[in-house]
Each structure stands twice: as structure tokens, then as C-alpha cells.
Design a protein. Structure first.
Length: 259
């Protein structure tokens, strides 16, 4: 059984949703704290937000089935920190965004288990991602890799106060062209419903930084959404009415990548 799903599109746009999955295998869940078994730090419902837009545009969508608590697909496989000097979760994290332990005492995965998870979950996802980027680039001569993420609007361990609604990351301008970043920012500037930041707390994770190579015709952009705008952050329930407004703006941003 594949640990991810890939819907292949026809336009030079691949939407990657590496934290969309919430599945935790029973043998792993049995070693976790009860609260962690719900996979609370999932990027809840990002597939539901993006997939209708992808179908309309003809974009590809790649998403995993497993939770980021199994392995974080947006971290380097060697476990190096993305934000040196700042507290963060890791490749196979032992703490959640609340700073609390994920595992029961003495049940944390060892190095051999971490490598097994890399082999079983991380490598297949990144192989599929690389192959789809190459396929679209070969067909069109260019491709945009769009990283779709979301997070609770307040996570004291990671940032102070409330997160802006839309958080665009381009590795400080290194993962896409200046013209694409400018066009995306103009579309955010043109609306007043949602607050936003560009290369603020979230500048783009491993995937954005690793795959973005605008000189070679591969541009990568990360969008981190504050979940409060489309769901209930306590129950994880999806809010269809609120989500529709979020989708409208996401659609305008995605259209900019194809313009």
C-alpha cells in the first residue's frame, strides 16, 4: 500500500501537502501519550481546501496518509534543524507544538526506528515529489511547487502572539523569482479580509528550500494558513462557510503561479 496519493495534473503546478495526513499505525500509537494519538498538529483539512482548486486549474496534488508524528516530510532526512537557535519539532519529533511529550516515558523511537520510518515514509514521498516536478518541468519547461500548510493561530512554543492569516514563504526570496513573489504579494495586498506576512516566521521548510531552483525553472512557494480562518481549532471541525473565503484567496494566488 502506498503511503501517499498523487493526482497528476496537466499544468506546471504541483501542490504538495506534506502534513495533511493524520494516520498513526497502531503499534506507534500504543507508545504515545493519549492526547498525541489524535495527531493534533496535523495541517487539518488542507486537502479539502486545495483539491477542488487543483481540479479546476488542472494542477497535480501530492499528499501523505501518515501523520507528521510518524515522520515530518518537511524536514531533512538527516534531522538537521531548520531554524537553528529556535525551538522546533524535528524529523521524528518527541514533542508536539504544545511542548508536551508525544511518547510515553521510555517509548521514544531509537535511531534504527527513525531510519526505518525514513525508508518507509520519507523516501517514497520525496521520490514521488521529485519525479512529478521533473515530469511537469519536462512537459512545460518550468514548474511551480506549492507547499500547502496550516497551523493553529496561536502556538507559543513557535511564535509570539497570533499568527497572520496567510504566511507566504520563499526562503527569503531564494526559492522563486522576484517577479512571482511580487505578483503573489500584490494579490495579498489587493484584499483586506485577511492579514498576511511574506517571509516572516515561516520562510519555507525543507521542501521549499531544497526543491526551489528558479534558475533551473523550478520555483517553490510555501503558504502557511492560520487554521482559525477555516475550522474550529479545538474540535478540528471544518467550517465550510469560512473555508470558502479562504479558498477564494488561495485560488487567486495559485492562478498567479500559472499567469
Amino acid at each position: 500500500m502506498e503511503n501517499f496519493t498523487l493526482q497528476r495534473g496537466s499544468v506546471p503546478l504541483l501542490i504538495s501537502l506534506p502534513h495533511d495526513g493524520s494516520f498513526i499505525p497502531d503499534d506507534m500509537a500504543a507508545r504515545m501519550q493519549p492526547a498525541a494519538r489524535r495527531s493534533p498538529d496535523t495541517d487539518w483539512h488542507v486537502g479539502r481546501l486545495y483539491e477542488p482548486l487543483a481540479r479546476q486549474l488542472g494542477a497535480s496534488v501530492l499528499k501523505p496518509k501518515a501523520s507528521r508524528y510518524v515522520i515530518d516530510l518537511n524536514r531533512p532526512a538527516d534531522g538537521h534543524a531548520l531554524y537553528p537557535g529556535q525551538r522546533e519539532t524535528g524529523l521524528v519529533s518527541t514533542i508536539g507544538f504544545d511542548g508536551e511529550a508525544i511518547y510515553l516515558d521510555g517509548c521514544e523511537p531509537d535511531g534504527a526506528e527513525v531510519q526505518q520510518r525514513v525508508n518507509e515514509f520519507w523516501q517514497p514521498y520525496h521520490q514521488a515529489l521529485s519525479q512529478e516536478v521533473a515530469r511537469l518541468h519536462d512537459r512545460h519547461g518550468r514548474v511551480v511547487l506549492w507547499e500547502g500548510h496550516s497551523i493553529r493561530s496561536r502556538v507559543p512554543m513557535l511564535f509570539d502572539g497570533r499568527l497572520p492569516d496567510f504566511n507566504l514563504g520563499t526562503a527569503a526570496g531564494a526559492s522563486c523569482t522576484a517577479s512571482l513573489q511580487s505578483e503573489l504579494q500584490q494579490r495579498l495586498d489587493a484584499q483586506s479580509r485577511f492579514s498576511f506576512a511574506v517571509n516572516g516566521r515561516f520562510k519555507g521548510g525543507y521542501i521549499t528550500r531544497h526543491y526551489g531552483n528558479p534558475v533551473a525553472g523550478v520555483q517553490a512557494v510555501q503558504l502557511e494558513l492560520a487554521q482559525v480562518n477555516y475550522m474550529d481549532e479545538q474540535s478540528f471541525a471544518y467550517d465550510t462557510e469560512k473555508a470558502a473565503r479562504v479558498q477564494e484567496l488561495i485560488a487567486r494566488l495559485l492562478e498567479a503561479t500559472l499567469a
